[in-house]
Design a binder for this molecule. Structure first.
Ligand code: ZN
Length: 577
């Protein structure tokens, strides 16, 4: 479901696509465009191009293309509607037509208040860390954990003091009700109705969304408080399993290196970054989930899991590696020494020791197979293999995984194949393939389509020739329905303003052509060629129409008409030579 056209246009008018892309990709100006290394495919030389004036990006390498909403949703692994919602908020555009219905303005207002409350809370927590009540927390962060002031500032760490109503009072002073604080997950409410600070006597780790706004907090107990770690509850702006700690700070490094280090805890992330591993982020207390992987898949190709070396850590690594592999990313697993965590290792042995572990990390599939071989009984091994292969993000990846898994687990490939098809049977015939076949039977011959595309490409690259093209009657020379539809949109709206009226396929073609426009080719030569081809097609079309009419007139016995048509045909052949 796409949003309202005018909403989308309003967002695009207010947000500069170059600025949004720059949050993820280093861009350099190149004439009217900006170029950089494509975040969507592996490359070293920059094929990725962004245009402010067109409001579009286009990759000459992998043909990824779209507007600011397409970019934002793709790089963040979001649905179009989610991206639309985020960007609308950033642009201050009120969505008229919200997918899924609901009271838009009330919901939006609630979310806005949540963001505001988090900003107030952030300032409060940070202030507390610097203040007189923060001595013990500062001692913990700087001396015990060895964090630098720069790190504390970069990650906006704070302190919730040992008080029941510190934040509550701050929120009410700022004009918010305690109930709003509860909705935002910052205050808690007892069964008796008493409202109090959720985080008490804790180091506060703000959790940012990818736009840099604080959407939740994690709190680590100072001393022996229970639980040791406490996160915000789910709120209108924070869903568990959707976000990763530190990804906002890591995103540039992750998109550049195409790699991410994924850890379990807050302090692991901070230590890694402080020791120079900028591309680190952490799962937030819960097991890694599909939304988080989707988010990472938009930014990188390779995930390195840095989980604890104990049994629980290895199990978590196994489940995570499975899921990441199934989504088509590469995985590596770092094996930490028993009873050692990243933070401790880095502080006792330095960055070099971790770099050695990285170099020795195991490829994810090999890691999984090894774990399965040693910890499972035969029946479970087969079940694991079948379930892994049945849940691949794309069926075709079985071709890659199946032989490797069969070899790794010592199962016959044929048997494994059979077990998978047995499992697949009850769900009926596979839906894959059917739609594609249908489009392959497109009634329009490809050569005709290609010719239409040549004409339309010329129009898009050289809008100054639109009048000429209309005058020579390009419409009559287009051979496909698609081509004619596209052309009539161009005529109706003009090349510059047609974009919002295009469907997905048309849009991609439009962007390709528009980005190729400044290839420096002399348009007049091209125009002569185009005109000749249009004339030729129109002439042949006219000729075959006359022939058709002639044979009809003959079969009717309308000899007067036959005579007239023969005359016309003779004239047209002469004119065409
Ligand atoms: Zn690309």
């Amino acid at each position: 479901m796409s949003g309202d056209r005018s909403d989308i246009e309003a967002i695009k008018a207010r947000l500069d696509i170059v600025q949004v892309v720059q949050r993820y990709v280093g861009l350099r100006p190149a004439g009217e465009r900006w170029t950089g290394v494509c975040p969507f495919h592996e490359e070293t030389k920059p094929s990725f191009s962004v245009s402010s004036s067109l409001g579009m990006f286009y990759c000459f390498g992998c043909q990824a293309s779209g507007d600011v909403i397409d970019f934002y949703s793709r790089i963040n692994g979001l649905e179009f509607s989610e991206a639309l919602r985020d960007l609308a908020e950033e642009a201050g555009v009120q969505l008229r037509n919200k997918p899924g219905g609901g009271d838009v303005s009330a919901e939006r207002e609630e979310r806005r208040i949540c963001y505001d409350l988090h900003a107030v809370a952030l300032a409060y927590y940070r202030n507390e860390l610097d203040g007189p009540r923060g001595a013990r927390a500062r001692e913990y962060l700087y001396s015990k954990r060895g964090l630098s002031e720069g790190m504390v500032r970069q990650f906006e760490l704070g302190l919730s003091p040992n008080a029941w109503d510190g934040l509550k009072r701050r929120l009410t002073q700022s004009g918010y009700s305690p109930e709003q604080g509860v909705t935002a997950g910052l205050l808690s409410q007892s069964k008796g109705g008493r409202i109090y600070d959720r985080f008490r006597n804790r180091i506060i780790f703000p959790i940012h969304d990818l736009g840099g706004r604080v959407i939740a907090f994690g709190g680590r107990a100072i001393g022996d408080g229970e639980p040791k770690y406490l996160n915000s509850s789910e709120t209108p702006i924070f869903k568990k399993g959707e976000h990763l700690y530190g990804l906002y700070q890591a995103r540039k490094s992750v998109t550049q290196s195409k790699q991410v280090l994924l850890t379990e805890g807050y302090s692991d992330v901070l230590s890694l970054v402080q020791f120079g591993f900028q591309n680190a982020c952490g799962v937030l207390g819960t097991a890694l989930g599909p939304s988080q992987i989707k988010r990472l898949a938009g930014l990188c190709k390779e995930v390195t899991l840095v989980f604890d070396g104990d049994r629980a850590g290895r199990q978590a690594a196994l489940r995570s590696a499975e899921m990441i592999l199934q989504q088509g990313l590469s995985v590596y697993v770092v094996t930490l020494p028993q009873d050692e965590d990243v933070d401790g290792l880095l502080r006792s042995q330095g960055a070099e020791s971790f770099r050695r572990l990285l170099a020795e990390s195991r490829e994810g599939l090999a890691f999984c197979l090894n774990m399965i071989r040693y910890s499972h009984v035969p029946r479970d091994i087969m079940n694991w293999a079948v379930s892994f292969l049945s849940n691949l993000g794309q069926r075709s990846w079985q071709a890659y995984f199946l032989p490797r898994i069969a070899t790794g687990l010592n199962i016959s490939e044929a048997e494994l194949r059979e077990a998978i098809s047995d499992r697949a049977k009850p769900s009926g015939p596979s839906p894959t393939g059917t739609p594609r076949r249908r489009t392959a039977q497109n009634p329009e011959a490809p050569s005709r389509g290609r010719l239409d595309k040549d004409f339309l490409r010329f129009a898009l690259c050289h809008p100054e020739y639109m009048d000429h093209l209309q005058r020579i009657g390009l419409e009559g020379a287009l051979r496909t329905d698609r081509g004619r539809r596209f052309w009539s949109k161009l005529v109706q709206h003009g090349v510059e303003a047609v974009q919002p009226h295009l469907d997905e396929g048309e849009k991609q073609f439009y962007i390709q052509c528009r980005f190729a426009a400044d290839s420096g080719q002399e348009p007049r030569m091209l125009w002569e060629d185009i005109r000749a081809r249009v004339e030729e097609i129109k002439h042949r079309k006219r000729y075959s129409e006359l022939q058709q009419a002639l044979s009809e007139a003959q079969s009717r016995g309308d000899w007067q008409e036959v005579y007239r048509l023969l005359q016309q045909i003779s004239q047209s052949t002469k004119g065409g030579e």
